[in-house]
Every structure is written in structure tokens, then in C-alpha cells.
Ligand binder design. Structure first.
Ligand code: AQP
Length: 342
């Protein structure tokens, strides 16, 4: 790891592909904010290059989505003075390292990536090569900073394992023991996999066609409460024990969301609400969600009124990020023996 006053260097990224959801918040961003308060150097990225792997939203749309994501990060509590906030495409070393890692990762490893299979769907032949190599770019994002820890949701576990495999293989292949750290994923809390409000077996996602399936961080208090009131459930009351949530994916999801927002365990939620009908549990959950999330949307609107300031923050973050990444890329090239004559 490059020299730093901290023992841990944390990196994570989010795609600017639309409004952040409660899933992104509980699975990732809330943890980003907590880590900012711990003894860590924190680097958080808007991964705009990843955001064009499925489709290109248009020139202005991607710029605005990147700024909105930056506004959401700051509204959720990330402080540009404490964390490096930047968009991925402004640091060229990442894509250069991704090429090196394209030559390190094996086809067999890539063919096992379940997210590619999910996102490519039935017509994988028509998917972009970028979607296929998405996890390699992610490994470069992380390792170009020698990041030691990566907070993510459960869906990213396999990609983090690939990142570790790439680091180990690079260090072995090029006889550079310990050069790239074997990064630790941080997948913690009750809500590392928040499910759709319409189908408890499907991940809550920004790109779900149904807006009622998710809570967006831009939703106002009334919308949040309405979505929770209308969330799919079953006719039974909440069980008296956690085991009683088995085979009840929608009920389990609402309990986990409550636990994630209240920062308590699902057991504690059941201890308090076991036996309640959804008619009383849902309003309690809605009140909690509004209390925790209600301010974010107004704060984002305020921040978005000054786009130049957001651009300035991201530019400053990119300078600070490049100051870490560029020497690590240079050292990588040196290890591999690429001629440097200027
Ligand atoms: N439902 C979720 N529960 C918990 N964590 C989640 N994350 C995403 N959805 C959930 C975590 O959020 C971080 C950023 O995710 P991303 O935007 O980079 O990509 P994604 O995982 O593909 O998220 P979406 O919402 O499903 O986006 P789209 O619809 O654009 O593909 C990651 O740490 C992820 O684990």
C-alpha cells in the first residue's frame, strides 16, 4: 500500500445509472459514510465508465447522472474534505491497469461471473465486451489505489473474489509478492441484499421498470410512505421468531429493511414487532424510513442547483485520486518491464 497515515484504504464505486435506491443506500452508501468516521482513508467513485457497459444514455444524461450521484453521496453524509469523491473517467490510470488485468484474468474465471449472465440475459452474443469485462475494470478501480477494504452489497461478492484472484495471480506471475493487496470485502449489516418491494425474490434495482419496486433517495416523504404501504406482503402476521420468516421473502425483506434503517438486528425487530399485522408494521417502517431518508431528496435538490460546485469537487477529487493511482500504475509497468524512456 502506498504511504498513508491510515491503516486501511477504503475504495468503492457506484454506477451513475439513475437514482440511487434504498438498496444502494443500505448495501453500500450508508457504510461508506460510517467508514469515513473510522480510521480509514476513503475513496468513493462514480463509475461512469461502467455505466456505459449496458447502454449509452446520451452525452448530457451521463453528465447529469454523475452529478446527481455526487449530490446523493454528499446528501447522505459523505464529506469531500474527508473522502476523495470523483468520477472514474477522470483518472486514466484505471483503464490502463484494466488492460494489464485483462491479460491476468482467465477466460474460465470470467465465464463464471453470474452478474454478466443476469445482465446479458438470453442474448449474450449481443452484449458488449465491456459488460463481459466489467469485473476486470472493477478490479483495476480497486487495485490502482492499493485499496485494502471494499464496502459493497452482497451482489458484488463474486466480483470481489475475482479482484482477489487477479491480485494474487499478478503478484505470482510477475514475481512481485505483496505488490497488490488481497482486498477484503466489507459486506455487513442486516440489509446487504435489499429486495424489490414488488417481489421479495428479486434484488431492488435502479433499472427495474417498476418504480413501485424500489424507494429512490429522491422520493419525498409521501412517496416513501406510499411505496411501503403498497409493498407486497403475505396475509400472515409477522412471526414470533426469525425462523418463521423462512419462505416469506417479502416479510423477511421488510424486516431486514427495518433492521438496516434502525441499525439493529433482525432478531431485535422480531422481538419488538413479532405477532404484529402488516397493517401496523408498515406504518412503523414508513415512519422510520421517512425519518432516515426524508431529508436526502431536499438536500440533493439544493446541491444540484450549483452544478459548477459539484464539478469542482469531482475535479479536485480526481486530482487527489490520480496522485495515488498514477505512481501505482507506473510501478506496475516497471514490474512488468515496459520500457520507460521519458
Ligand atoms: N438491492 C441491493 N441491496 C444491497 N446492496 C445493493 N447494491 C445495489 N443494489 C443493492 C449495492 O450498491 C452498490 C452500487 O451498485 P451499482 O449501482 O454500481 O450497481 P448494481 O449493483 O448493478 O446496482 P443496481 O441498483 O442494480 O443498478 P442497475 O440497475 O443500474 O444495475 C454496490 O455495492 C451494490 O452491491
Amino acid at each position: 500500500m502506498a504511504e498513508t497515515a491510515h491503516t486501511r484504504r477504503v475504495f468503492s464505486g457506484v454506477q451513475p445509472t439513475g437514482n440511487l435506491t434504498l438498496g444502494n443506500y443500505l448495501g453500500a452508501v450508508k457504510r461508506f459514510v460510517e467508514m469515513q468516521k473510522e480510521d480509514c482513508e476513503t475513496i468513493y467513485c462514480m463509475v461512469d465508465l461502467h455505466a456505459v457497459t449496458a447502454s449509452w444514455p446520451g452525452r448530457e444524461a451521463i453528465k447529469d447522472a454523475t452529478r446527481e450521484l455526487a449530490a446523493a453521496f454528499i446528501a447522505c453524509g459523505l464529506d469531500p474534505a474527508k473522502s476523495i469523491l470523483f468520477n472514474q473517467s477522470q483518472v486514466a490510470s484505471t483503464t490502463q491497469l484494466a488492460w494489464v488485468f485483462n491479460c491476468t484474468a482467465r477466460l474460465g474465471w470470467m465465464n463464471r461471473m453470474t452478474q454478466f449472465k443476469d445482465k446479458a440475459g438470453k442474448n449474450a452474443e449481443a452484449a458488449s465486451v465491456g459488460l463481459y469485462t466489467y469485473p476486470v475494470l472493477m478490479a483495476a478501480d480497486i487495485l490502482v489505489y492499493h485499496a485494502t477494504h471494499v464496502p459493497v452489497g452482497e451482489d458484488q461478492r463474486q466480483h470481489l473474489e475475482l479482484t482477489r484472484d487477479i491480485a494474487i495471480k499478478f503478484n505470482n506471475d510477475y514475481d512481485a509478492p505483496g505488490f497488490f493487496p488481497v482486498t477484503e470485502p466489507i459486506i455487513e449489516g442486516a440489509a446487504t441484499r435489499v429486495m424489490s418491494l414488488r417481489d421479495g425474490t428479486k434484488k431492488m434495482s435502479k433499472s427495474d421498470p417498476s418504480d413501485m419496486s424500489r424507494i429512490n433517495l429522491t422520493d419525498d416523504a409521501d412517496t416513501i410512505a406510499k411505496k411501503i404501504r403498497k409493498a407486497k406482503t403475505d396475509p400472515e402476521p409477522l412471526p414470533e421468531t426469525l425462523e418463521g420468516l423462512e419462505d416469506r421473502p417479502e416479510a423477511r425483506n421488510l424486516v431486514n429493511i427495518y433492521a438496516g434503517l434502525a441499525e439493529i438486528s433482525p432478531e431485535a425487530v422480531i422481538a419488538e414487532h413479532g405477532g404484529s399485522q402488516f397493517g401496523s408494521f408498515k406504518p412503523a417502517l414508513a415512519e422510520l424510513a421517512v425519518e432516515k431518508l426524508g431529508h436526502i431528496s431536499a438536500e440533493m435538490t439544493k446541491l444540484m442547483a450549483d452544478k459548477a460546485e459539484i464539478d469542482r469537487i469531482l475535479g479536485d477529487g480526481a486530482d487527489r485520486a490520480a496522485a495515488i493511482a498514477d505512481p501505482i500504475l507506473e510501478k506496475t509497468y516497471d514490474i512488468m518491464g515496459f520500457l520507460r524512456s521519458r
